[in-house]
Structure formats: C-alpha cells, structure tokens
Design a protein around this ligand. Structure first.
Ligand SMILES: *[C@@H]1O[C@H](CO)[C@@H](O)[C@H](O)[C@H]1NC(C)=O
Ligand SMILES: *[C@@H]1O[C@H](CO)[C@@H](O)[C@H](O)[C@H]1NC(C)=O
Ligand SMILES: *[C@@H]1O[C@H](CO)[C@@H](O)[C@H](O)[C@H]1NC(C)=O
Ligand SMILES: *[C@@H]1O[C@H](CO)[C@@H](O)[C@H](O)[C@H]1NC(C)=O
Ligand SMILES: *[C@@H]1O[C@H](CO)[C@@H](O)[C@H](O)[C@H]1NC(C)=O
Ligand SMILES: *[C@@H]1O[C@H](CO)[C@@H](O)[C@H](O)[C@H]1NC(C)=O
Ligand SMILES: *[C@@H]1O[C@H](CO)[C@@H](O)[C@H](O)[C@H]1NC(C)=O
Ligand SMILES: *[C@@H]1O[C@H](CO)[C@@H](O)[C@H](O)[C@H]1NC(C)=O
Ligand SMILES: *[C@@H]1O[C@H](CO)[C@@H](O)[C@H](O)[C@H]1NC(C)=O
Ligand SMILES: *[C@@H]1O[C@H](CO)[C@@H](O)[C@H](O)[C@H]1NC(C)=O
Length: 631
C-alpha cells in the first residue's frame, strides 16, 4: 500500500466516524432533488457535500458506511464463532463479519476501526497485517506493520526504522485489537539490506515448508514484502520461534526478482517492478485450499517507466505466481512456474486473502471444502492521484466481490506455439499432440454467485452476428444492478483477424460502456470513452480504456479443432463493472454512467466473421450486502 494514501485515509475517517449513519441518509435524500439524472451533468465538484452519495454506490460490494477504503487485510475466521472477518485499512483498520459470504455486519458502529495508529510502535500509521486465528492466549493475534516515519517509497532512500512489525490481540471478538505493551517483534529489516520497503506481513502455515525446513508441524511463517535498492523486489521469509510469537527467525529472501524484469516477455504477467507489496502465500489443489498443494503467491508489483524521482506517480499491478519450493545452497527458494494478473484493472490492487476452513459458518451452510478466498481493492480515486469529487460522494473505493481460488485445468488443448508460450499457464500433461494445461482458477465465491443469480432470470435470445454495428437487446434491465452471463463462439478464421465482439452496457443515446474481446491482441477491452457524461464536466471521472490479455486456445471438441468458447460473466453493480472470463481472467473497473436512461445492453460485432452469442442470461437486482445499514 502506498504510504501517502494511508495518511489521507486516516484524515478522512476520523471525520466520517463522528457522524451518525442516519445523518448521511437524510442529508443525501435532502440533496438528491437538486441533482437531475435526465439532464446533462453540471461540474459535479460544485455540488453540495454528500449530494452524490447514492449516485454510484454499489449494493453487493464490501465498503465502509462512508469515507475512504484502503487495502483489504487482516481477514480471519474466529475459531470461537466460525464467523469470517473481513478487514480493510480505513483510518487504522475496520472490518465486518459474515456467516454466508453474502451479507456483512460492521464490527463497530459506523464502521469505526478495531485498531488505530498512535501507539509507541506506530505513532504515524497502521499498515497491512494478517491474523493468526488462535494465537496468543488462543485469541486472534494480529501481526501488522507499525509505522514511525513517512514518506516511504521505493523511489527514494529508505528511512531506517520506518516500518516495523508489531503484535496486537483481540479479546472481544475482533471489535478491538489491543497492542502488546512492548516493542515490535520484527524490529528492523534484515541486517545490512538496503530495502525499498518492508511491510505487509502475511502469516501462513504450510506443510511443504515444514518438511523442507524440518520445522515442527503447524509452524507459522510470515513473508514481508519489499525489495532491495538497485537490486529488485523481494519477499523476506521468517519462521515462528516461540509459542507467543515474540521472535521470528529470518530465513532469507526466499523470492527475489531482478529490478524491472518480467515473466517471459511481460505479455502475461506485467512487470515484477522494483518493490513488492501485500504478498500472500497459500497452497491450492483443484478443490481449493490444501496445505500440501501447489504453492501460490499473490503480489502487488510497483514500478514506473518514468525517471525515478520522488513524487513521480508510479504504476502498480496485481499479480499472481505459482512456483516450485526447493532448498538451494541451504536456503529455501521459490521459483515461479507460471504467473499472471489477478485482475487486469488499473485500479485493482492490494488483494488480500485467507484460507476459509470447511468448518466456518459459511462453508458449513454451503457444504464447501477448505477454500482460499481473496478480496481485491478497487481504488476510487486512482490511488489518491485523481481529483475525484470526494466530498460530494462521501465515500471512495470498494472491495471487489470475493473470489475463490483453486488450481484449474484447460483440457484438450492443441499442442502448438500458442499453448507452448511462457504464459499464465503451464503444461501438466501431453498426449499425442493434445495438452492439458494448468492455471490459477478464480471464480466469484459460490455463495455470492448463487445469491447474485437467485433473482428472476431473464433469458435474452441467442444471436449470430456477422456484420458490424451494435444491436439492441430485446430485454432492457430496469436498473443498473445486474449480472449478465453469455457464451461467445468464434470461427477458426477469427485467429489473428480484426474481429471484435462483446456487449455494450450502461448504454443510452448519451452514454455507453463497451466490453469486447478483440483477436488482434487477444484482449478484453473495456472502452470507457463514453461511459460517463460527467467525465467532460468534472475532474477525476476516469475515461481511460482498460484492457487485459486472455488467450482463447485451440481446443479439440468432438474430434474437431476449434477456438475455445469465451464464457463471460459481467457484474454491473451501479458504477462497478467486473468482467470475468473462462474462470481464469478478471478485469474490473469503474463506469460512472450519469443518465437515468443509461441501462441498455447491446451486442457488439466488428470485423470479419460470424460470432454466435448463446446462453445469454440476465439476473437483476443483485443483493444488499449490508442489510443492517439500510435506512
Ligand atoms: C469544476 O469545479 C471545481 C470546483 O469549483 C473547479 O476547481 C474545476 O476547475 C471545475 N472544473 C471544470 C472542468 O470546470
Ligand atoms: C463540506 O465538507 C468539507 C470537509 O468536511 C467542509 O470543510 C465544508 O465546510 C463542507 N461544506 C459545507 C457546505 O458544509
Ligand atoms: C481498544 O481498547 C483500548 C484499551 O481499552 C483502548 O485504549 C483503545 O482506544 C481501543 N481502541 C479502539 C480502536 O477502539
Ligand atoms: C540505499 O539506497 C539508496 C538509494 O539507492 C542510496 O541513496 C543509499 O545510499 C543506500 N544506502 C546504503 C546504506 O547503501
Ligand atoms: C524498465 O524497463 C523498461 C522496458 O521494459 C524500460 O523502458 C525502462 O527504462 C526501465 N526502467 C528502468 C528504471 O530501468
Ligand atoms: C518445477 O518442478 C518441476 C518438477 O520437479 C520441474 O519439472 C520444473 O522444471 C521446475 N520448474 C522450475 C521453474 O524450476
Ligand atoms: C461524510 O458525510 C458526513 C456527514 O454526512 C461527514 O461528517 C463526513 O465528514 C463525510 N466524510 C467524507 C469522507 O466526506
Ligand atoms: C478506447 O478504445 C476505443 C475503441 O474501443 C478507441 O477508439 C479509443 O481510441 C481508445 N481510447 C484510448 C484513450 O486509447
Ligand atoms: C461516443 O459518443 C459520441 C456521441 O454519441 C459518438 O459520436 C462517438 O462515436 C462515441 N464514441 C465511442 C468510442 O463510442
Ligand atoms: C490491445 O490493443 C489495444 C488497442 O487496440 C490497446 O489499447 C490495449 O492496451 C492492448 N491490450 C493489451 C493487453 O496489450
């Protein structure tokens, strides 16, 4: 997490927490009459405070009652209640509990924090941390980054002692984490290492590490994210030393990449960059979480093509990698075998996950196995760099819908240069010119997905389009809250052609958001040029396109070779648009349509070749993730 943002979040929240939530509502309702969604928008930055509170507010997503949300972190299952706790930075850190992964309940009134900065170890800020569910005294125990000096940035020399790692314990079911009256348990970066960052400790257990390192079973480890000046990004690995988590043994940089290097040619997993943030470590098999499964990591990579000077805006990418874990020269090493984007959206970052055991309340109800679920942050003002009308909206940012991760397979793939490339997949087996590929599978958490699709379903008749131009859907959603699923089949001639196909959403005669696959560079594009009439009157309404790379492989189906079908799931939650494809690709962004009329859906086809649109289904309404906040 970029330190300067946390400072902004601190300021925002201390103000937000003083207001009763009912005040926000009355204010909002009082002001709404002055805003007319049937007319062109004024300069929104000139409107009254909170007058846009409802305009773009999502329903089914996690976000605080008001104010700015930062990185998700500090999730855990409370062993004494079986409730899953979801946390996020928000003037310290706040959180909510869920017993079904659909609805959430704030831990504290008005979303007030469970830990705030200002202690001896953390006079300046509380950054990301993670929780040992049954730690000190058997209680939830938080290991977090305690901050003493700012600024901290990978582009500038590091102030020694800026970031340390400290403990806090909750004795009241997570409503308050009490800091231990002592110094940090990891009081400095490794000896003589000139770090670019040293934060976001992620605690985990891992059977493979236990056996390779000859640790006792169920030992806790932590990785701390950062990098080394002039050398590149790293994960620093530590091992629990004592039952009270007072000492952590340094095991080295178990993963390091050269500065500014890439996975393969960079097409599939962006840049490793100069500094890692928010690293998570976990193991998966095809059903979900498995402490003995394949080792995965999710990481935020920080980089820039600009000259490296302080205050220069930098770039961030939300990546994943799977890897081999081995002992080399006496030290444990992680070596990637495949890597990709967890989310291609430029505003999607700082994912934080946690294992969700089968005996949690949610998993028992849905009869789910052990899972690893992750929440990705969608920054609302582009990491604090956009001059968004924040006072008018009174909230900034959200977490994307939770996803469950597992090892996915792509079967019957033709063995050719497309499948042999160094990409976000690896070959698991090969048989007579046909391959089975393995990749990271990510899907919207099953409980969330079944709730999203539980409402009345509208079936839009399938269509085969061969000529250009948008074609209106027969069915027009009544609202800007729905989920759309569809299968798109392409002819073999599409490969390498100029063919594009997909959907327009949030459309009217004034506005439209175009979501389509284009074969020219195997990308899903979200064209936001015309998403919002407000982008021409108001600063900070981002109209830049989003794009991400998805390879549709050549596959053998019923004895015939064809291009893999594109399976799209598009969630429109007012201004949040999540595009999921083939259980292995996600791109999420904001599309802040202004006009009330901007609700239409249309088919898009452009270029040569017939596209078959099938299995088209719309479920309207989504759900209210915060029933207790409803006013
Ligand atoms: C919109 O209003 C704000 C606040 O008055 C002002 O700073 C900004 O320049 C205006 N933007 C445009 C595009 O007129
Ligand atoms: C709007 O909110 C800002 C920040 O809280 C405050 O400074 C300003 O006075 C408010 N404006 C009105 C008209 O209340
Ligand atoms: C947590 O409890 C301690 C001790 O009672 C108190 O000093 C602190 O203010 C509380 N923190 C929060 C965030 O409520
Ligand atoms: C650490 O790296 C920074 C940035 O390259 C450099 O300015 C500083 O001198 C280095 N410090 C040490 C102790 O090598
Ligand atoms: C990083 O690599 C890119 C090319 O991939 C290059 O344009 C850029 O100058 C490099 N930056 C630094 C600081 O080396
Ligand atoms: C990972 O391990 C597998 C199985 O031992 C081996 O075939 C592969 O080459 C290794 N990959 C890397 C990148 O080390
Ligand atoms: C949100 O609105 C409340 C009053 O409705 C106000 O107290 C608070 O400062 C606002 N917060 C932000 C972040 O604008
Ligand atoms: C966004 O995509 C559209 C095509 O869908 C293109 O016309 C436009 O130039 C793109 N905008 C930018 C800024 O690249
Ligand atoms: C945006 O809307 C304008 C006006 O309706 C239209 O001329 C233009 O082609 C649209 N651009 C895109 C990229 O859809
Ligand atoms: C694919 O091409 C479009 C231009 O048509 C570009 O905007 C986009 O960034 C490219 N996508 C990727 C993932 O490189």
């Amino acid at each position: 997490m970029k330190p300067s943002l946390v400072v902004a979040a601190l300021a925002a929240t201390s103000a937000a927490t003083s207001a009763a939530s009912s005040t926000v509502s009355q204010w909002t309702k009082g002001q709404r009459h002055s805003v007319n969604y049937n007319k062109a928008p004024p300069n929104l930055s000139t409107l009254a405070n909170s007058s846009l509170f409802e305009t773009w507010r999502p329903r089914a997503h996690v976000l605080p009652p008001s104010g700015q949300i930062g990185d998700p972190c500090m999730h855990y299952t409370d062993p004494s209640t079986g409730l899953f706790h979801v946390g996020w930075l928000h003037g310290g850190a706040s959180g909510a509990t869920t017993d079904d992964l659909v609805t959430y309940r704030d831990l504290n009134p008005d979303g007030r924090p469970f830990i705030v900065a200002g202690g001896v170890n953390d006079p300046i800020a509380v950054f990301d941390g993670s929780v040992i569910p049954a730690g000190i005294d058997g209680k939830p125990t938080l290991l977090y980054t305690s901050v003493s000096y700012l600024p901290i940035q990978w582009t500038i020399p590091y102030t020694r002692g800026s970031e340390t790692q400290s403990l806090a314990v909750s004795y009241d079911s997570g409503r308050n984490f009490t800091k231990l009256r002592q110094g940090p348990v990891i009081p400095s970066a490794p000896f003589a290492v000139n770090v670019t960052g040293f934060r976001d400790p992620f605690v985990f257990q891992n059977a493979k590490l236990d056996s390779l390192l000859e640790s006792s079973p169920q030992t806790w480890y932590t990785v701390i994210s950062g990098g080394v000046h002039g050398d590149g990004p790293s994960q620093f690995l530590y091992r629990q030393h004592d039952p009270d988590f007072q000492y952590w043994e340094y095991l080295g940089e178990w993963w390091h990449e050269a500065a500014n290097s890439t996975w393969g040619n960079g097409d599939w997993a962006g840049q490793w960059g100069f500094n890692f943030e928010v690293a998570n470590i976990f193991s998966l098999d095809k059903n979900g979480y498995n402490a003995e499964g394949e080792v995965f990591t999710t990481i935020g990579a920080e980089w820039s093509f600009e000259p490296i000077v302080p205050e220069v805006s930098d770039s961030r990418q939300m990546l994943w990698a799977a890897g081999n874990v081995t002992i080399q020269d006496g030290a444990l090493k992680f070596t990637p075998t495949m890597a990709g984007f967890l989310d291609w959206g430029a505003s999607a970052y700082a994912a934080a996950g946690k294992e969700l055991p089968a005996d949690t309340q949610a998993s028992m109800k849905s009869k789910s196995p052990d899972r690893f679920i992750t929440y990705v942050w969608l920054t609302g003002d582009f990491y604090g760099t956009h001059n968004f009308p924040t006072l008018q909206q009174n909230w900034t940012g959200a977490l994307l819908l939770p996803r469950e991760l597992s090892v996915g397979t792509i079967s019957n793939v033709v063995d050719n240069e497309l499948s042999r490339e160094t990409g976000s997949w690896r070959i698991s087996s090969s048989n007579l010119g046909v391959l089975e590929l393995v990749t990271l599978k990510q899907e919207i958490v099953r409980e969330t997905m079944s709730q999203l699709t539980s409402g009345v379903s509208i079936i839009e008749p399938g269509k085969t389009l061969g000529s250009s131009g948008p074609v209106a859907f027969q069915h027009r959603p009544k609202s800007k809250f729905y989920i759309l699923t569809a299968s798109l089949s392409f002819p073999a001639s599409a490969r390498g052609s100029d063919l594009k196909a997909g959907f327009e959403v949030l459309s009217s005669e004034f506005e439209t958001t175009r979501i389509y696959y284009q074969f020219s560079n195997e990308s899903i594009i979200i064209d936001r040029t015309n998403s919002s009439a407000a982008s021409s009157t108001t600063a900070g309404i981002d109209a830049r396109n989003e794009s991400g790379k998805l390879r549709l492989f050549d596959v053998i189906e019923n004895g015939e070779e064809k291009i893999e079908t594109l399976e799209l799931t598009i969630v429109v939650d007012n201004s949040i648009v999540e595009v999921h494809a083939n259980s292995r690709f996600v791109i999420s962004t904001w599309a802040r349509s202004w006009y009330k009329a901007s609700k239409d859906i249309r088919f898009i086809h452009d270029g040569e070749g017939e596209v078959k649109f099938g299995n088209i289904m719309i479920h309207e309404g989504l759900f209210d993730a915060w029933p207790e906040r409803s006013r």
